[in-house]
Design a protein around this ligand. Sequence first.
Ligand code: GTP
Ligand code: SPV
Ligand code: MN
Length: 607
Amino acid sequence: MTTAPIPGLDRAPTTHRRLLAWVREVAELTTPEQVVWCDGSQGEWDRLTTRLVEAGTLVRLTAKPNSFWCASDPADVARVEERTFICSRERADAGPTNNWMDPVDMKIIMTEQFRGAMRGRTMYVVPFCMGPLGAEDPKLGVEITDSAYVAVSMRVMTRMGSQALAAFLDDEGTERDFVPCLHSVGAPLAPGQQDVPWPCDNTKYISHFPEERMIWSYGSGYGGNSLLGKKCYSLRIASVMAREEGWLAEHMLILKLTSPQQKVHYIAAAFPSACGKTNLAMLEPTIEGWKVETLGDDIAWMRFGEDSRLYAVNPEFGFFGVAPGTDWHTNPNAMRTVERGNTLFTNVALTDDGDIWWEGMGEPPAHLTSWKKQDWTPASGEPAAHPNSRYRTPITQCPITAPEFDDPNGVPLSAILFGGRRADTVPLITESRGWEHGVFLGATLSSETTTAAVGKVGVVRRDPMAMLPFIGYHAGDYLQHWITMGKHSDADKLPKIFHVNWFRRGEEGRFLWPGFGENSRILKWAIERIEGTASAVATPIGYVPTTAALDLTGLDTPIEDVRATLKVDEAQWRAELPLIEEWFDTIGDKLPATLREELYALTERLA
Ligand code: GTP
Ligand code: SPV
Ligand code: MN
């Protein structure tokens, strides 16, 4: 080596040889000013947040303890699906729904991007564990990043630092595998160059190497692009692991529902980004005697237990929630969670008295600092908070977090819901006719696009199991994996699958269903179907409740609206058939025959 030693590089708190070698290799390529091994302590958080305040990245809130406001570069506000790549060796393994690049080509390109990319910056080494630390086979990762903002965010979102690093050697002292996750904002600093509050690059790459179980991310500081334990590891890479090892990595919340008779059911639900997972996970029931507790709001890892039931674990340790629309009426538990502090708010508005504000929180104050860092008044004519502005807050602070969220065995699921944002066609709830029909409902899930990803908003697209941007391999193989999983157990042990839609609209585009806490009525019906006590009508698309089958006590929504949300409009469904066919054609030869048969059977029932 010809260059001077990099301070901190040799201060590694581990003997893990593969980790040491990789950290050295990255440091030599990216040439940071120093290397810091993150321990996850409060002292480290205080140091890094203080530095971020000095740099102008964070503003300390006076109204909430240990909490910060942050405004990103206006061009770095969401996931970048167009710049997200699955670099499997064979193009065919990435399938038709992913961007693919040859891993060798991608490494050549990105190595040049990373060369010197951390100049003038600190390189943070963040060991982390996705899922409970007590797991028999803990899923480990290390994120190397040149962003202190990412390092502190990882402390909220994952089990990280010394506690995770301890798991890198097993009880016998053998080195465990980990997923190397390399991240740079792509903004090296020349000597004396003044940094900006939110460094990033116009060029962005979010690349996954599924065979090597490796992630390289360049150019963005936004959540899903930069917190690599989240979508990149826990969905794109984990979905590949899960297929090989016989489990499922899914874009799902996990909740615990307790009936007035104290019967417990666990439910997982997959909705596309910004379609209501966090809100459902923290729901406050409006029906007497029912209780919801939360275990996760975005990702579920699911495997069969010895009793042949499907068990779910949340790999994350915090919530990365959509801020706009969250308030004391829609999601009081999220409000209580962030009130307790230790929260980072990004791209919301800042009040003059050191608090945060966003659209949906009621009357705005007379003056705000907008997410664009501009003066804002109610007359400004544009939102004060970006529609995809978010809060990061610890799961342990949520007043309704179920204690079993940290159980390495997970919780046995009674039901899986698939849902989307559809203005028409899709009823409030439909029960599938069985596992394979349920997989068909998931495979044909559709939703209007949202601001969680860069691109057009409000366009209906197919989003299988809400996983379109997150399946790390061929979508046809993924759907086959779902069908195969169903053969593991008898029907009575498998979770029952439902399709929901909280977003059906009436005249003038208003929502027909009030949603949020009122969704407890729909969960109740689902549970009663599982227990065999609620009635349903068999329709061509599945079993749908009548208004009489739902508990509508105390609901002030007009009954005609409820009826309209439940309506199965066969003409609209017939119009849906060619769209499903087109989607299935996109998947190509690997589409499971079972799903073609389901489509054929649906067509027959609608004829
Ligand atoms: P990601 O974090 O992007 O995966 O989103 P998510 O699926 O967790 O969505 P979230 O719960 O954050 O909700 C997104 C938006 O949908 C927010 O603006 C909510 O206010 C709104 N929303 C959530 N649930 C409902 C509902 O039941 N009805 C209506 N009308 N809106 C809802
Ligand atoms: C989503 O977009 O589904 C999110 C936010 O949950 S991100 O972490 O950016 O993926
Ligand atoms: Mn999500």
